[in-house]
Design a protein around this ligand. Structure first.
Ligand code: ADE
Length: 853
């Protein structure tokens, strides 16, 4: 029992140590609502219902909570405000309802947080996915702990209860974190950029939690990912956060994108003048991907905000490392220079430079009580950014551990000692029932004394006493662990390392399963007629042989060339006369308009010298097309694949593609009529939209994802019937619609849903997004490219905004020709959340009534 007990004690001891180290190094102290370190005057509120539910009762006295006046309405913005007295790194918020010895029944189901570093400028907290609302309590008694991801650097906090229905709300609150001794109140830097390496996912290296302003591609006046305590991994594409995009943990810049200067300039502003000893920059060094730590840095100092930069900078050259690709802290000595703000230039050592954290160490001049000269006292580093536990916490940590270990050793010693005494006593009793031995009496007394103190005198035998000791020890250890919850809530409930599933919608959770580019089975689909190469998930075509292709082989000598319709790097499209095609296809087969014995057809032909990859992709397209049969999908008539060059024969669409068709037309009016200008009516446009939705409805019913729906891929015959074409191909003509990732993969980014760009996820729902853009093209008569004012890079940045959904995303405008109800439909196609997007069936049903029969 004793050995077992000892083992348990040691295990629990280790657990305690781990928990203590975890708490202290992770900045999770109760900040003093409950224990009164935060004074009543520092807790205020927008209103209170009764005297006994005033803001100071948010620390759980009186009726046990703060309750805002009256019923809380969904539009209300009532708040409880806490002044923490100093800049604090806030990591956790705990809330409880009004319990009032079980007579209270009010609680906040959800709440928001606003914060201010100076008490003047208030900012709204949002989680890493852009959601400002946190889950609150489910009943009046249980506390709910919310980890702040990202944490906040602030002095003032407002908790704003949120409700969907009119209700009474009361809250008790505890805040957790630690002092922000870094003193940094803002940094300014160029906006982070996108990295689009061939064959890798796009890495978005922006500062997505930055709480200052973004103007002219510069961040200023805020803090963000560089001070959130999250240290980036060696591979910058991997992240420590859940449901975020590759490159999330880093802020990164490309050398040539910032002009020819070859450096990144950053400015840091502090709460007061400090004497800086060093700056620690956590930097990526994945040199195989063109990323390295900075080669040198030069920092200038400003003693006051309104002063000039001091002439003499501090310069520091790093030792570059081409062997170890690990991300690392680079410590820059700052020579104890005094400043309120710093301006540092970090010089590139390679194409890219990426930082995940920056912290500053400074010393404070204090007057000694003795006559000793001024001494320098170290101010602890940024608690979040240091890679070792916080310097200021170390003595507390060691003290706690030593005390616990000593206590446990004493207890174990006592147990063993009493056990030994007990045995001796029983032995003596057996031999000498009158207990004459003085030593035995002494022993008995000592053991008796301790046991009386611990109240286990009723136990008679040694065995019973032993079990009592075990029980007492267990209770002690359990109490110790439970008490830790007081200053370390998440250790026993919050779960720091757990993904915050309470904060993600089912849809976002669903995304966690979504592979991104790196994980997706990628094939490169090269257009026969275009130079495009798509990065798209592999189609489920295993090995392609002639037997997989259900279209019949047509004698190629019966194809008589008429004219060239299009051309690209991998082949050409010809208009041909197909002699004897009606007979070849047989009676009953739906045939295009015939010209006597022959029929006009479009023949896509793969270049004879095409790569085997292009050849395989061509065959895959044939295989897909041969299985499609719908009036709004281009029809494959036959093929010539028994010899080179490979050809596919499709119906000929006299009016070419929809983009060309519409861009050459104006909306029908008396003017166009009078001047014989080619025109289309609104009803034509609606009819086109219905036909495309019908074709897509068919593809969706087969679970077929098109991946490149756009007007350029819709063809028109002479009766203006629309047929969707190009299952993986587009013409050179539209190359500006595609985003070329360093000359390789080509993506139609302006038509792509955010999840396709960021996660490489192509589904029918992403086709719906593209359909919305196609509708927009139709109602602008293809006179403008979508997001024409944005560069390709800006379009991708805008995709990040669609993902974050903080209202900063730029939507396509409502075309003047477009009825408002139709624009609403388009906007639904661009819903951030997939379940909010309409289906093609729904789109078809919504559009069809608009068409006059
Ligand atoms: N360009 C590409 N395919 C075509 C087709 N089937 N008809 C007309 N032009 C085309």
């Amino acid at each position: 029992c004793c050995v077992l007990c000892l083992c348990c004690v040691l295990i629990v001891l280790c657990l305690c140590c781990v928990l203590i180290v975890f708490c202290l190094s992770h900045c999770r102290y109760a900040l003093g609502m409950e224990d009164g370190r935060i004074k009543d005057d520092d807790i205020t509120a927008s209103s209170q219902w009764y005297e006994t539910t005033g803001p100071q009762y948010a620390r759980s006295e009186g009726d046990g909570a703060w309750c805002p006046e009256g019923q809380l309405e969904p539009s209300d913005s009532q708040y409880l405000q806490v002044d923490l007295g100093r800049l604090t790194f806030l990591t956790i918020v705990g809330t409880q309802g009004r319990y009032a010895r079980s007579s209270g029944n009010e609680f906040a189901r959800a709440y928001r947080l606003n914060y201010s570093r100076d008490g003047l400028l208030w900012k709204s907290w949002r989680n890493r996915l852009g959601n400002p609302v946190m889950e609150g309590n489910k009943n009046a008694y249980a506390s709910v702990i919310n980890d702040l991801h990202p944490p906040i650097v602030t002095r003032h906090v407002r908790l704003i209860p949120v409700t969907k229905l009119s209700t009474t709300v009361c809250m008790r609150v505890e805040l957790y974190g630690c002092p922000w001794d870094d003193g940094l109140i803002s940094y300014a830097a160029p906006e982070g950029q996108l990295m689009m390496p061939p064959g890798y996912p796009i890495a978005s290296l922006n500062d997505s939690t930055y709480d200052g302003t973004r103007e002219r591609r510069r961040l200023s006046g805020g803090l963000g990912q560089l001070t959130d305590g999250v240290i980036g991994l060696d591979d910058f594409l991997l992240t420590r956060q859940y449901h975020v995009w590759p490159g999330y943990d880093y802020l990164g810049w490309r050398n040539d994108s910032l002009g020819t200067q070859g450096f990144v300039e950053m400015e840091f502003v502090f709460d007061r003048q400090r004497n800086f000893t060093s700056m620690k920059v956590h930097s990526n060094n994945m040199f195989s991907r063109g990323v390295k730590i900075f080669s040198s840095v030069s920092c200038q100092f400003k003693p006051h905000l309104i002063a000039n930069w001091e002439a003499e900078p501090v310069a520091f050259k790093t030792v570059l490392d081409d062997r170890n690709p690990s991300a690392r802290y680079v410590t820059v000595p700052l020579n104890r220079r005094a400043a309120k703000s710093l301006r540092c230039r970090f010089y590139f050592a390679d194409v890219w430079m990426m930082f995940s954290e920056i912290s500053f160490q400074s010393v404070k001049k204090i007057k000694s009580r003795t006559r000793l000269p001024m001494s320098l006292v170290l101010i602890s580093a940024n608690p979040s950014a240091s890679d070792s536990p916080d310097v200021s916490n170390t003595p507390v940590l060691i003290g706690c551990l030593v005390t616990i270990i000593l206590l446990l050793v004493i207890i174990i010693f006592l147990i063993l000692w009493c056990q030994y005494d007990c045995k001796v006593l029983e032995k003596v009793k057996r031999h000498n029932p009158t207990l004459k031995s003085v030593e035995a009496k002494g022993r008995l007394f000592r053991c008796f004394y301790f046991e009386r103190e611990f109240g286990m005198m009723s136990a008679n035998s040694c065995k019973e006493r032993r079990s009592y000791w075990c029980l007492y020890l267990s209770v002690f250890v359990i109490m110790l662990v439970l008490n830790m919850n007081y200053f370390c809530p998440a250790a026993c409930g919050g779960g720091y390392a757990e993904p915050d599933v309470t904060q993600c919608t089912p849809h976002q959770c669903f995304h966690s399963n979504a592979p991104h580019y790196a994980e997706t089975d990628i094939v490169r689909l090269q257009g026969v007629t275009g130079s495009n190469m798509y990065a798209v998930p592999a189609l489920t075509v295993d090995s392609l042989t002639r037997k997989d292709i259900s279209a019949a082989e047509f004698p190629r000598q019966q194809l008589i060339f008429r004219e060239k319709l299009g051309e690209g790097q991998f082949g050409e499209v010809h208009l041909c006369e197909a002699e004897g095609l009606p007979e070849f296809l047989g009676e009953g087969s739906p045939l295009p308009d015939r010209d006597g014995h022959s029929v006009l057809v479009a023949v896509k032909q793969l270049r004879a010298d095409a790569t085997s990859q292009a050849r395989n992709d061509f065959l895959k397209e044939i295989k897909i097309m041969s299985r499609l049969n719908d009036p709004n999908i281009i029809r494959l008539l036959c093929v010539c694949v028994s010899s080179d060059p490979l050809c596919m024969v499709t119906e000929y669409m006299e009016n070419g593609d929809l983009n060309m068709f519409l861009s050459q037309r104006e909306i029908e009016s008396t003017l166009t009529y009078a001047n014989n200008i080619p025109s289309v009516s609104l009803s034509d446009l609606l009819h086109m939209s219905v036909q495309i939705s019908s074709g897509m409805k068919y593809l969706a019913s087969l679970n077929f994802v098109h991946r490149d729906l756009a007007t350029r891929n819709c063809l028109l015959d002479r009766r203006l019937t629309i047929k969707i074409a190009d299952f993986g191909m587009s013409r050179n003509l539209y190359s500006s619609d595609y985003y070329r990732i360093q000359g390789r993969a080509v993506l139609p980014i302006r038509w792509m849903a955010w999840e396709s760009i960021l996660l490489g996820k192509f589904t029918t729902a992403s086709d719906v997004w593209a359909f919305g853009v196609t509708l927009w093209e139709i109602f602008t008569l293809c006179k403008e490219q979508p997001y024409s004012l944005l560069s390709d890079e800006q379009v991708i940045e805008n995709t990040g905004e669609f993902f974050r959904n903080q209202g900063r995303q730029i939507f396509l405008y409502g075309p003047p020709l477009c009825p408002p109800s139709l624009f609403e439909l388009m906007m639904r196609c661009w819903s951030r959340d997939i379940p909010d997007r309409p289906t093609f069936e729904g789109l078809y049903q919504a559009l069809r009534p608009h068409v006059s029969q």
